[in-house]
Design a protein around this ligand. Structure first.
Ligand code: IPM
Ligand code: MN
Length: 369
């Protein structure tokens, strides 16, 4: 019997619904080709609903979503809602409620896509960032004393326990192992690495020279877990240096693992190097639960309803979702189709300058499957 996956769809705000529609168009075409089923249920959570009802998210939203196989998200963010309310109330709340402890962000330059880094090609920019997604500075532990006075103090703590660090690092090693094999080792390895039977590389991005407690823990756990992954070469880079190399020598990276806050920052840098927000996708992953996939570009409200926004990030998010549902071939097919149309069709990745409308881009991906 062929499989059927239940997907919760959160189109969200601004251009979210437009890109989600193209993502679903591609998902449906892929499902037909590969013989599995997809059924969708839509939820109107987002800025408009909040402005109408004063309610950001139903109390049982997390419980509701747990009944699905995956969540497909458009974008959260509304020009009439104070920044922070929807981000915290929807996106972060769902990450926590569904224990999506990994944020997975492929940084991949597709053919034909312009990168701001001179001289770099798709062969140079192709790595994955594994960002811890529910701990660290995002835990929200902290507070004020003497607020509003000259003596006031604000504290916000980077909190990690060993379990959180370990499960994230282990996931990152698994990702590294999955990306390469003895037959297809990562191209950045030296002859000596190959002789040592390494296939992949995992870089811990931290700040051991200053954050001497939190990253001491990360570093110890990193090398402990590494023992279980003999084919993954380990590497370490401070976060500031990581930013330098992501720009100067992105080909040095295969998989990067880092904490929540650093991951937030470096993945936006990574997104820019791969051609911007029109193309960058991400997944909020709970490997044992319900994961949520999204284009990372935001709601881009000024383009709403014009049919000019680039849907490829949403399309790629859909591919990531299929991969996590166990439909790896279908996912690869979508990615290959995206590569064909970035390479041969689109003039630019930017909204309004693609040479095609949002829905035409979705059609092109379907035609090239
Ligand atoms: C992201 C976003 C979120 C984050 C915001 C919207 C809360 O920037 O997914 O990277 O900081 O994690
Ligand atoms: Mn971010």
């Amino acid at each position: 019997m062929s499989k059927n996956y239940k997907i919760a769809v959160l189109p969200g705000d601004g251009t979210g619904p437009e890109v989600v529609a193209e993502g679903i168009k591609v998902l449906n075409a892929t499902a037909e080709k590969y013989g599995f089923g997809l059924t969708y249920e839509y939820f109107d959570w987002g800025g408009d609903r909040y402005l109408e009802t004063g309610n950001v998210l139903p109390d049982d939203a997390g419980e509701t979503l747990k009944k699905f196989d995956a969540v497909f998200l458009g974008a959260i963010g509304h020009p009439d809602v104070k920044p922070g309310i929807l981000e915290k109330g929807i996106l972060l709340k769902l990450r926590f409620d569904l224990d999506q402890y990994i944020n997975l962000r492929p940084v991949k330059l597709y053919p034909g896509v312009e990168t701001p880094i001179a001289g770099k090609t798709p062969a140079d920019i192709d790595y994955v960032v594994v960002r811890e997604n529910t701990g660290g500075l995002y835990t929200g532990i902290g507070g004020f004393t003497m607020k509003g006075t000259q003596d006031e103090v604000a504290v916000q703590s980077m909190v990690y326990n060993r379990k959180q660090v370990e499960r994230c690092i282990r996931f990152a090693f698994e990702q590294a192992e999955k990306r390469h094999s003895k037959e297809f080792p990562w191209k950045g390895l030296s002859e000596q690495d190959i002789a040592e039977d390494k296939y992949s590389q995992l870089t811990l991005c931290g700040k051991t020279n200053v954050l001497t407690y939190v990253f001491d823990l990360w570093e110890r756990v990193f090398y402990e877990v590494a023992e279980d992954f003999p084919h993954v070469k380990t590497d370490y880079c401070h976060v500031d240096a990581t930013c330098m190399w992501m720009v100067k020598n992105p080909e040095w990276f295969d998989v990067i693992v880092t904490c929540n806050m650093f991951g937030d920052i470096i993945t936006d840098l990574g997104a820019m190097t791969q051609g911007g927000m029109g193309i960058a996708a991400g997944g909020n992953v709970n490997p044992n639960g319900v994961s949520m996939f999204e284009p990372i570009g935001g709601s881009a409200p000024k383009y709403t309803g014009q049919g000019v926004i680039n849907p490829l990030a949403a399309v790629s998010a859909g591919a990531m979702m299929l991969d996590f549902l166990g439909e790896a071939d279908a996912a690869k097919d979508i990615e290959a189709s995206v590569a064909v149309i970035t390479g041969d069709k689109l003039d630019s990745m930017a909204a309004g300058r693609m040479g095609y409308s949002t829905s035409e881009v979705g059609d092109l991906v379907v035609e090239n499957l």
